[in-house]
Design a protein around this ligand. Structure first.
Ligand code: G3H
Ligand code: 13P
Ligand code: ZN
Length: 284
């Protein structure tokens, strides 16, 4: 199958009341793990590449791997740019064949975020590519910020309504208490805020920083309208832990396939678990 825009997957998720997993990929083994998991669970899936992933693997390799994976797949697959920050980079991804993009103007003042997002939407719309935008700041778990600062970074529901009305984006990433990377303590999502956003915003909501969020909070977020859930850290952990395990068992192992093969399987397993948790298993 050809790569599909995320709007197509999220529309169905909206109707079915589940969320689609968006898994970050940086190399061939992780691309294969994402597809293997989606196939095994008969689930629609979003493969996403960050600017760092593009820098590491090369945009041509990322697109070629995703297209090869999607062509062989019997489930719908999207290739999405994760946290694109410049108009030029987003255009490059569209030109190379990404089926959807995120333009992250969340560090900009509101009107500048709207202006940048609008430029992207105008082009993406014309070529059938979906657009995700971000409002509020989703920080990293390593960022040293106070509780008040964290609160100030959260998405304002009224602003979210205004932003969606002014941009017409397909999906909106919101800051409701999650963070990128490994949590030090247990995250506590602001469900009242999510509920308010949901009542004012009628498009699919995206949850970033979802690795390490307890299952019950993920389920509640889906009940309240989250339709795309981003997972990177949990895949990294599973992949690298398995590599460490293999190397600890045999420090003389020099065959990369014997190290990366089991790591790929471990990644597949965690992705399958997430797909089941998100309710997208059996929805392809
Ligand atoms: O948004 C954060 C993702 O986990 C991507 O991380 O920029 O290190 O590839 P990265
Ligand atoms: P995690 O670091 O929680 O996996 O978040 C990934 C993410 O939001 C990618 O955009
Ligand atoms: Zn993110």
């Amino acid at each position: 199958m050809a790569l599909v825009p995320i709007s197509e997957l999220l529309q169905k998720a909206e109707e079915g009341g589940y969320a689609v997993g968006a898994f970050n990929c940086n190399n061939m083994e992780i691309v294969q793990a994402i597809i293997a998991a989606a196939e095994a669970e008969r689930a629609p899936v979003i493969m996403q590449a960050s600017q760092g992933a593009i820098k590491y693997a090369g945009i041509d390799y990322i697109v070629a791997m995703a297209k090869t994976a999607a062509e062989k797949a019997t489930v719908p697959v999207a290739l999405h740019l994760d946290h694109g920050t410049s108009f030029e980079q987003v255009m490059q991804c569209i030109r190379y064949g990404f089926s959807s993009v995120m333009i992250d103007g969340s560090k900009l003042p509101l009107e500048e975020n709207i202006a940048l997002t609008n430029r992207v939407v105008a082009v993406a719309r014309a070529v059938g590519v979906s657009v995700e935008a971000e409002l509020g700041r989703i920080v990293g778990t390593e960022d040293e910020i106070s509780v008040t600062e964290r609160e100030a970074f959260m998405t304002d529901p009224e602003e979210a309504r205004y932003f969606v009305e002014k941009t017409g984006v397909d999906a909106l990433a919101v800051a409701i208490g999650t963070a990128h990377g490994r949590y030090k303590g247990e995250p506590k999502l602001d469900f009242d805020r999510l509920e308010k956003i949901r009542s004012l915003v009628k498009i699919p909501i995206v949850l970033h920083g979802s690795s390490g969020v307890p299952d019950d909070q993920i389920r509640r977020a889906i009940e309240l309208g989250v339709r795309k859930i981003n997972i990177d850290t949990n895949i990294r952990e599973a992949f690298v832990e398995k590599m460490r395990e293999v190397l600890a068992a045999d420090p003389n192992e020099i065959d990369p396939r014997k190290i990366l093969g089991p790591a790929r399987e471990a990644a597949t397993e965690i992705i399958r678990e997430k797909i089941r948790l998100f309710g997208s298993a059996g929805k392809a």
